[in-house]
Ligand binder design. Structure first.
Ligand SMILES: Cc1ncc(COP(=O)(O)O)c(C=O)c1O
Length: 445
């Protein structure tokens, strides 16, 4: 008698296969050669920005002060450490982040997620009822892929240089007709991943107005979720520091999710949500409890110490580093790839550039991709099987645009590259390899 595999939920069944990007990255990581291959694909922060000595000190200080940091090695409460919540609040107020005021904090509630911003995004998707999620195209593919596995329908609206195009959004809502009732929430990444386009204050205000109107029309609050993962990494002094969407919220629909991953260390896994008190936040607290009671209390207390003692210098140093890398990378992009490109976004915030080629295709089956993954079959390009030439991994645009959206065709000629993880000499070498790949692709088509 056959014994079958466990019966999975629909989500479980869809999750049993790795997502296309996870598959591609795993294939590359399996035989990655540290000093030879170049990884422009991962969203890792630059190792040298992580304040190791301060993190070490923070652990010592937390354990040495049990009156302030009570039972730091024990279980924590599901809403998050009071010390950490107070430190995040003060950090925003003292540094004028998003223009947030005491008043805004008084009308909203802050909670800490069990495992970074990602777990809060996951929580929102779990506690709301599946339906339509409106987001920006190009999309944050990791979250959108998860939303679709969970049964949501992603409706992606193209961005312009200020973020999601609000006129296009209005038009899309008209097209949805009665299905507007099925819109469950709007998900907006304020420094977009993959493009690093910064959502302007003006556009935020307009999105709050549109979501408020939609909520009134549906007679139900439709949350507008701003993901601020990269907002403390706006390193271009020319770019206006955006104001928080919470400032424009009269109806109680705006939620902001932030993280300490990019300014301190991803491994701390600290993410927070600020939004109006009510059933959504209450359900999120229970969700944190269900997922593991709380984020590890000791890391929450360490993060509180770090915010209180070393974050301003830390943010300045991190941003100075990314600024320098952004400028150098841009020069090499222009010099090596300028003649092939029709557009280049990013460079003011975060650590991605998003390139659009005029003709060269970048998807997994393209000559360009095969050149850089050394899978052309031509030993002159690939090198010998035991000693392959340097490979470069990037995220093809095909994964960054919504598969049923209006950017599908453009996505075949786009890519996201990160200047976060690799050091400058490797990035320079990678740009030369990208040029060689583009030249090869042109010659083979
Ligand atoms: C848009 C966006 N949101 C959230 C996250 C994840 O943040 P965390 O490390 O706090 O889970 C990332 C990570 O790269 C991201 O790009």
């Amino acid at each position: 008698m056959d014994v079958h595999d466990p019966l999975l939920s629909e989500y479980g069944g869809l999750s049993a296969q790795p997502s296309p990007v996870a598959r591609m990255m795993a294939a590359f990581a399996a035989d990655f050669r540290d000093d030879i291959d170049i990884n422009l694909g991962v969203g890792y922060v630059n190792e040298s920005t992580i304040p190791r000595a301060s993190i070490e000190r923070s652990l010592r200080e937390v354990l040495a002060d049990p009156r302030r940091y009570r039972a730091a090695l024990n279980y924590g409460g599901p809403a998050g450490s009071r010390n950490l919540i107070e430190s995040i609040r003060r950090f925003h107020l003292e540094h004028g982040i998003g223009g947030l005021t005491e008043d805004v904090f008084a009308r909203n509630r802050m909670i800490i997620g069990p495992n970074g911003a990602t777990s809060l995004l996951e929580g929102v998707a779990h506690v709301l009822r599946p339906g339509i999620v409106i987001t920006t195209d190009p999309i944050y593919y990791i979250y959108c892929n998860f939303l679709e596995r969970l049964g949501y329908e992603v409706c992606a609206v193209a961005e312009d240089q200020h973020g999601m195009d609000a006129d296009r959004l209005e038009a899309r809502l008209v097209e949805l007709g009665d299905r507007r009732r099925d819109v469950r929430f709007l998900y907006i990444v304020t420094v977009n991943n993959p493009t690093c386009t910064v959502l302007s204050t003006c556009r935020r205000q307009r999105l709050v107005e549109i979501a408020s109107r939609l909520s009134r029309e549906s007679k139900r609050k439709i949350p507008l979720l701003f993901d601020k993962a990269y907002e403390n990494l706006i390193h271009d002094p020319e770019v206006e520091k955006p104001r928080s969407g919470l400032l424009f919220d009269e109806l109680g629909i705006v939620y902001e999710i932030g993280t300490l991953s990019k300014i301190l260390a991803p491994a701390l896994r600290i993410g927070y949500l600020i939004g109006p008190p009510g059933p959504l936040v209450a359900a999120m607290v229970q969700k944190t409890s269900d997922a593991g009671f709380s984020a590890p209390l000791v890391t929450q207390e360490m993060a509180s110490y770090l915010l209180d003692h070393c974050v301003p210098q830390q943010i300045r140093a991190v941003n100075a580093g990314y600024r320098e890398k952004a400028a150098a990378t841009r020069q090499w992009i222009d010099a090596s790839l300028g003649r092939f490109l029709s557009d280049c976004r990013g460079g003011s915030a975060g650590f991605y550039y998003y390139l659009s080629f005029a003709h060269v295709e970048t998807h997994e089956n393209s000559a360009f991709f095969r050149f850089l993954s050394r899978t052309t079959g031509d030993p002159k390009i690939d090198g010998r099987a035991v000693d392959r030439n340097p490979r470069v991994v990037y995220i093809p645009g095909q994964f960054c645009v919504h598969p049923r959206g209006e950017l599908v065709d453009a996505g075949r000629r786009q890519l996201r590259l990160s200047y976060g993880f690799e050091e400058l000499p490797r990035i320079r070498q990678a740009m030369e390899l990208l040029r060689d790949a583009a030249t090869y692709a042109e010659a083979t088509c």
